[in-house]
Ligand binder design. Sequence first.
Ligand code: NAG
Ligand code: NAG
Ligand code: NAG
Length: 364
Amino acid sequence: MASIQMNQFRGAFFTALLAVSSACTIPAAPPSNTISSPFRVQIQNASYPEVDNLFMNLLLAGGGDQHLYVGPVGVPTSDLMLDQGFLTRGSLHAVLGGEFSAIDNTVKMFMTDRGDPRATFSPTYACNPVTDALQLELRFVGKQNDVPGGWICVRPTYDDAHEFRYYPPGDTKNDPNKFCIKVTLVAVPATSSSSSSILSTSSASSTSSHPVTSSTATTSSTTKTSTSSSATSSASSAPPPYTDMTSRGFAFVGCAPEERTVQPPDNASRTLPVLYATDSMTNELCMSYCRSNGYSYAGTEYRRECWCGNSYAATRQPGTTRASLAGCASTCMGNTTQICGGSSWLSLYRACAVGAPCTNAQFT
Ligand SMILES: *[C@@H]1O[C@H](CO)[C@@H](O)[C@H](O)[C@H]1NC(C)=O
Ligand SMILES: *[C@@H]1O[C@H](CO)[C@@H](O)[C@H](O)[C@H]1NC(C)=O
Ligand SMILES: *[C@@H]1O[C@H](CO)[C@@H](O)[C@H](O)[C@H]1NC(C)=O
C-alpha cells in the first residue's frame, strides 16, 4: 500500500509545490529520493546576497565532465534528476573529489560518468526561510562510502565565479579571502512558468548584469608586457601587447569580450564554450590543449583560463585598433612574460591551416 501511494505521489509532488502560493504546509508524505521529472538547482543562503537564489550552471570540462558553477557563469541547466539520492544528468552524476584545497580541506563537486564517490542527497519539503513558500530541498547527506555529514558550499574562484565544493564533517577551516559559503540546494521544476512562486529570478538578473570585476581575486596584473617577437624601443612602432604564437601555428585574432549577461540575446554564453583552467596556464599550454581536443579557436583569459571552440558569435569579434587590446593585459600565471587576456576579456587565437601562412591580425 505504501509503495503505491509513494508512486502516485512521486509523479505529483512538483504539482503539489506549484499549487501552494503563500502559506507553507509541509505535505504529510515525505518525497521519494528518486525525482524523475527534470529540475534545476537553486542555491540559497540569505546571508550571502551575492549567491542567494542563483542557479547551479554547468561548464563542459575535459573528458565530458561538467563542472558546476553558480550562474551567470556556465550554462543554465534544467535537466537534472535525482536517482536514489544521487544528482544526475543523463549518464553523469555529481561526485565529490579532486582539486583538494588545504586552505579549507574542501574538494570539488562536479559531474562525471566516472566512478568517483558521489554526493548523496535526501529530498526534503521545507518552507523557504524568506518567502515561506513550500520548496523541495536537496539536503546533503554526505559523501558516498564515507563518514556522513558535511555540507555543500560555494567558493569564489577566478573570473567572478563561484564553484561548488564539499566541506567535510568535522572541518573547521575556511579561508576568509576565499570563503566557502554553505548553501541550501533546492530542486526547482524545469517546466512551469508558475514556478515563480518558489523562485526569485529578479535577484539573478540584478546581481549579474555586469560581471566584470572580481571582489576576491586580487592578483590580476595590469602590467602591459610586450611579448611580441620583434621588440623595439620606439614607442610609436612598439609591437602591440599580445603574445605571438605563430611559431605554434596560431594567429592572434584580437582581444574578444565576454558579455556574460544572463538575459537574451547573450544568455550568459561564453565567447568560446570549453574551459580548461590551471594555475600553470600559458599560451602554449592553451593552444596545445585546444588543438589536441580538435578545436580551431583558443583563447586565454584572466591569467589561468583557457577557452576552446570552433566558432564564436559575431558580437564577440574583437577590434583591430591598438586601443581594442586594452582589456587583455593580464599576465599568464604559468609565464608572467606572456599575456593571458583579462577579466572578462579573451586573448583570442585561431589555428592556422597546415601549410598556409600564419599571420597575426594587424592593429592600427
Ligand atoms: C550561510 O552560510 C554561512 C557560512 O557558510 C553558514 O554558517 C550558514 O549556516 C549558512 N546559512 C544557511 C541557511 O545555509
Ligand atoms: C538566447 O535565448 C533566446 C530565447 O530565450 C534565444 O532566442 C536566443 O537565440 C539565445 N541566444 C543564444 C546566443 O543562444
Ligand atoms: C615565457 O614566455 C616567453 C614569451 O612567449 C617565452 O619566450 C619563454 O620561453 C617562456 N618561458 C618558458 C619557461 O616557457
